[in-house]
Every structure is written in structure tokens, then in C-alpha cells.
Design a protein around this ligand. Structure first.
Ligand SMILES: [Zn+2]
Length: 317
């Protein structure tokens, strides 16, 4: 009898342990390096979802630096760990390398970092991932959420966009993921820029001049060495162009990388000059050389023009 009782107690204990564990697993999400929730202050909270440990920084690194300068809280989330993004490296070692690189980059921008431990090229718009997005947005108590558009070339980019859109209403629903309190106010959701035309081209609602932080952004992107030596370098995914180790060689290579991003930021400024004029006034707008652009998603809160300027407090005309 005693034996039976002991077995029963052990079984109950084990069940409790399993239940406890599964409860814990329930509130966890596949995360590599999560930052704490920002302090409760009157500053803005921005969360940027990029599919790989470079996308958010490339598209919104300048705006992030400008927000951070004013004490606002920015967090970059990479929705995959980037573990196939190199010609000759892959798997765990590459995921670790890219996580370390993007943390360095975000530190330079003044932003927080989280890299979800989901394989590169394998992100799916699942219920589990929708919950992860909802929890991350709620934990950050985000005022602004950013992500890719749905007509992007890369499946991870597209599904990041889908997951962002799927979270846009659910973050306010108290009984969805009740382990993290819902947001009282739906954030404003925006798309990162791209050049895809079909079915509809990107149309910015906000264009931010990043001239004053362009060097800072370039320095941040320079930290992403795995991408500089592999994918960004050649566009040929099977070839590596090692970064020189001698100071002169490194400086020359850095210049090439910086110029590439300068051209991109110039083309955004030129393409959306009319929007810059609308936001900064003609005199200032004509002088803007580098810019980043964002388009409102129609699923989150729809801000007035005045509110949008408060969320992007960079237009002092
Ligand atoms: Zn990407």
C-alpha cells in the first residue's frame, strides 16, 4: 500500500512538473537574445521586425538612431536567425556570428536586439509565430510597429509582413495570449520600403531625413561582417570576398560598403522628394541627401497627420 501511495505521489509530482513546464513553455517564445521591457516613461516605443539580422537596420537604422538620440526606445527583432545567409558558413555557428554582429550594430544605433531562433528561409505564418509577434509587441508596449510588405521577393520577408499584419488587431484582444496584458491602444503599423511594383508599389506616408546620422548608420552596418564578406559583397551567394585585415584594406572596403548604402539612401531621398518637401518644407527638403521611407499599414491605428509627426518627432520646420 505504501508503495502504491509512493508511486501515486511520484506520478502526481511528475505530472505537476510536466504541467508546470508546459505552462512555462506556453509563455516562452523561440528567442535568442531578448531585451527587457523598456522603462515606463513618456518616451516612444518602437519595434521593428526584419526577417534577417540586417533587414531592419538597413531599412530603419537611421530613424532608429534619431529616435534613440531623443531617448525613445527602439527594438530590432530579427524573425529568423540568419543561419543560411553566407556562402560557406551555415547553421549554429553562423546564427551565433550574425546575432553577435547585429547586437553590435544595434548598440551603435542605440537600439535593443532580439533574434528569434527560427531557421533562415523557414519562417512560416503559423499560430505559434503570430503569438510570438503579439507577445513581443505587447511586452515592448509598442507605439510603432514596423515590418516588410507582403509583395517582397523573399518568403521570410513576406511572412514577417503577414505576421505583423496578423498581430495588428490581436495585440488589443485580452483573451488572445492572456499571459501578456493586451495593449490599451492599438499601435501604428508601418511598412519598410522596397522597390517591388506588383501588385502595388510602395507609397510612403513618412520620409525621414537621416543625413545627421548617416555615418552612425554606416558604422552600424559595417558591423555585419558576415554579410559584407558574403552576400552583400558580390550578390553571388556562392562566393566570399574576405574583408582585408590590414587597416588600409579595411578602410577601402568600408568605403565601398558605405557608398553602396549612401546610394540607396540617396535614391530614397530623390524618389520621395515631394514627401520630404511636404514634411520639412521646401528649403530644408531640397538639402536632404539621405532618407528612409515608411508606409502606413491600414490595419493598426490610423494616425492623423499631426499624430504621425509626433510619432516621428524629426520635422522641426
Ligand atoms: Zn532579409
Amino acid at each position: 500500500m505504501k508503495k502504491i501511495l509512493l508511486v501515486m505521489i511520484l506520478m502526481l509530482g511528475a505530472t505537476g512538473l510536466v504541467l508546470g513546464l508546459s505552462q512555462n513553455l506556453n509563455v516562452q517564445f523561440p528567442t535568442g537574445n531578448q531585451a527587457a521591457t523598456p522603462p515606463d516613461d513618456d518616451k516612444l516605443r518602437i519595434i521593428v521586425f526584419g526577417a534577417h539580422p540586417d533587414d531592419g537596420e538597413i531599412k530603419a537604422g537611421g530613424a532608429a538612431a534619431l529616435w534613440a538620440q531623443q531617448g525613445h526606445h527602439v527594438k530590432f527583432v530579427s524573425t529568423t536567425n540568419g543561419d543560411i545567409g553566407h556562402a560557406v558558413m551555415a547553421g549554429g555557428p553562423l546564427a551565433k556570428r550574425r546575432t553577435a554582429e547585429v547586437k553590435r550594430a544595434d548598440k551603435i544605433l542605440g537600439a535593443d536586439t532580439e533574434v528569434l531562433d527560427i531557421h533562415d528561409g523557414e519562417l512560416m505564418p503559423t499560430l505559434q509565430n503570430r503569438k510570438t509577434f503579439v507577445r513581443l509587441i505587447r511586452q515592448w508596449k509598442a507605439d510603432i510597429v514596423m515590418g516588410h510588405r507582403l509583395n517582397d521577393y523573399h518568403p521570410d520577408h513576406r511572412y514577417t509582413g503577414v505576421l505583423m499584419q496578423d498581430a495588428a488587431f490581436m495585440v488589443t484582444v485580452s483573451s488572445f495570449c492572456p499571459d501578456v496584458p493586451q495593449l490599451a491602444q492599438n499601435p501604428v503599423f508601418l511598412y519598410l520600403s522596397d522597390n517591388f511594383q506588383k501588385p502595388n508599389p510602395f507609397e510612403p506616408d513618412i520620409v525621414v531625413a537621416i543625413d545627421e546620422v548617416f555615418e552612425q548608420k554606416a558604422e552600424a552596418l559595417w558591423q555585419l561582417e558576415s554579410q559584407i564578406e558574403s552576400l552583400w559583397a558580390t550578390g553571388n551567394f556562392e562566393r566570399v570576398e574576405p574583408i582585408p585585415t590590414d587597416p588600409a584594406g579595411r578602410a577601402a572596403r568600408k568605403l565601398v560598403v558605405t557608398r553602396r548604402f549612401a546610394r540607396r539612401a540617396e535614391s530614397v531621398a530623390n524618389k520621395y522628394r515631394n514627401k520630404l518637401i511636404e514634411l520639412y518644407g521646401p528649403e530644408k527638403a531640397q538639402k536632404v541627401r539621405y532618407a528612409e521611407a515608411f508606409e502606413l499599414c491600414e490595419y493598426g491605428r490610423q494616425p492623423s497627420a499631426e499624430e504621425l509627426k509626433m510619432l516621428f518627432p524629426f520635422f522641426k520646420n
